[in-house]
Write a protein that binds this ligand. Structure first.
Ligand SMILES: C[S@@+](CC[C@H](N)C(=O)[O-])C[C@H]1O[C@@H](n2cnc3c(N)ncnc32)[C@H](O)[C@@H]1O
Length: 517
């Protein structure tokens, strides 16, 4: 029996209540009486992992915090390590990702609309539901520990409601709950959205993007379900060994004992880290390697691999912050004797770019420029040979990384972003020389942010119906950079759309364009 399934442990929670801990007071993250206790003392009283998960959920809900920024320091501050930390992480992120599914189930177990519940109560119910339906916590422990958490953090009255509701949740296995939700849904997309825990508008957009990429064939609904499932799984941490700075073998050789690093699935630059802190890898600490999804590595490598005639001396990353792709491009530029300018509009993110580039040899990075990428084309027309536009986007391709983001995004975000995306791509096309290559990249597969933007920009820039840029076969560029002999499944079109459930990467989109006049 693990620390998290011992039902006796909630007795400690009762004692804490009997000492008069007030609702609200203990909930405060700054509460010194909690944070100054030794971890062993706290552990005797209540479950620190569940408490941490609850506090992060309240922060995410109440102050729009990002769970992946709030949880790690909170765990450190409270001395929660090892299995407790892993449990708190899975409980927090899993609950946030699967919130939509659990809310649909809880709706069937609560006698009033969920929005009439105290938000604290709703969050403990979600945490309880995830332990019961989404983790291997024995049912009795999931219920009793969550009830104890409720007493501790919310109040005794609420704990009775939580006990009753969670007991109802336990009466039905997950598969039966999902069948019930599916049967009650008005249409297949809603069924997928509810069972797969995504907002319906996002599920619909993902379905359209899958269909446009020729995925799923006759069973598009099953394809969508597979994608939504992949969004609900924690991504593995992938490292990039920046070419010319360090080899993957040397990243491994210089890593301390206990660090496991396996080759990536597609790319010779990629290494999969076995759950340890990336900064404990010396090559990451000194920026010769970095944390970077294989999809992000692939699009940068593909831009560098795109065929180019003539000069290949000056590269531009138009939207560089925080600098992951700029660092990979700079390493490649260094090998080719080219230089790179990294542009970023947000000054603090431009500083992150400088930090990310610190291992690049002198003379390769011409400038890290803080400015609006929309102006670069006009300021430096035809000045670059290769340009990356890694456009600000909804991030719908990286939902697995940001557990709460799917619930924050709205369709209104799209219209603000797609105008900016058009302007940035057009500026990039101005900044590249005739014959030069532009990579248009998003970490979203939403068609409004990908194909529609590219089509629209090419149409707008056309003279007498003839555009000033042509699409290159991005699939060829990607095939050129994957491990030799690897058959990477790519769609039927010239642009490339990667998918979490197919490639194990974020859903990166890549269009390659060559300026023709
Ligand atoms: C998708 S991120 C880029 C990620 C980066 N390429 C990497 O791999 O680390 C988009 C970036 O564009 C920046 N951005 C937003 N509007 C911009 C603009 N008008 N000009 C330049 N950069 C902009 C954002 O601040 C953000 O850092």
């Amino acid at each position: 029996m693990s620390a998290h399934d011992d039902p006796r442990r909630h007795d400690g929670g009762d004692r804490r209540d009997s000492r008069g801990r007030q609702r609200g007071a203990a909930r405060s993250r700054g509460d010194q009486s909690r944070t100054t206790q030794a971890p062993s003392q706290r552990r005797r009283r209540t479950d620190p992992a569940r408490t941490a998960a609850f506090d992060v959920l309240r922060d995410v809900d109440g102050s729009d915090a990002y769970a992946n920024l709030v949880l790690p320091p909170l765990l450190r501050e409270r001395g929660i390590t090892g299995r407790d930390a892993a449990f708190a992480t899975e409980l927090t992120y899993g609950t946030l990702r699967l919130r939509g599914r659990y809310d649909a189930i809880l709706t069937r177990c609560v006698d009033r609309p969920l929005d009439r519940l105290d938000p604290d109560v709703l969050d403990v119910l979600r945490l309880g539901a995830h332990q019961i339906l989404g983790m291997r916590v024995p049912t009795h422990a999931a219920v009793s520990e969550t009830v104890a958490l409720t007493r501790d953090r919310v109040g005794t009255g609420a704990s009775q409601l939580v006990n009753a509701v969670l007991r109802r949740v336990t009466t039905t296995p997950l598969t039966d709950w999902l069948d019930e939700l599916r049967a009650d849904a008005p249409d297949p997309v809603t069924a997928s959205a509810v069972t797969g825990s995504h907002p319906v508008w996002i599920a619909r957009a993902l379905r359209e993007a899958l269909a446009a990429d020729g995925r799923g064939g006759a069973d598009l609904d099953a394809e969508l379900d597979a994608l939504l499932d992949a969004d609900n799984a924690a991504p593995r941490v992938t490292l990039v060994a920046r070419p010319g700075l360090i080899t993957p073998d040397d990243v491994r050789a210089t890593a301390p004992d206990g660090i496991t690093l396996h080759p990536g699935r597609w790319l010779p630059t990629a290494l999969i880290l076995g759950g340890q802190d990336p900064l404990s890898v010396p090559a990451v600490a000194d920026a010769r390697a970095g944390v970077q999804d294989e999809g992000s590595q692939a699009v940068a490598l593909a831009l560098a691999a795109a065929p180019l005639e003539g000069r290949d001396a000056r590269w531009l990353d138009l939207c560089a912050g925080p600098g992951g792709k700029a660092s990979l491009l700079a390493a490649l530029a260094s090998q080719r004797g080219a230089t790179i300018v990294a542009n970023e509009v947000a000054p603090h993110r431009a500083n992150l770019v400088r930090k990310a580039l610190r291992a690049i040899p002198d003379g390769v990075v011409e400038q890290v420029r803080t400015g609006d990428g929309r102006d670069v084309g006009e300021q430096e027309p035809g000045a670059y040979d290769r340009v990356l536009v890694d456009a600000p986007c909804t991030g719908l391709g990286a939902l697995r990384r940001r557990p709460e983001s799917r619930w924050r995004r709205t369709p209104a975000d799209l219209s603000a972003l797609t105008g900016l995306q058009r302007d940035l791509l057009s500026s990039a096309l101005d900044a590249v020389r005739v014959g030069g290559v532009v990579a248009y990249v998003t970490c979203s597969p939403h068609l409004a942010e990908t194909r529609v933007v590219v089509d629209d920009v090419l149409r707008r820039r056309a003279v007498d119906g003839i555009p000033d840029a042509e699409r290159l076969d991005a699939r060829e560029a990607v095939r050129a950079i994957v491990n030799p002999g690897t058959d990477i499944p790519l769609g039927e079109r010239d642009d490339v759309q990667l998918w979490p459930h197919v490639h194990g990467t974020d859903a990166m989109h890549l269009t390659l364009l060559r300026r023709t006049r």
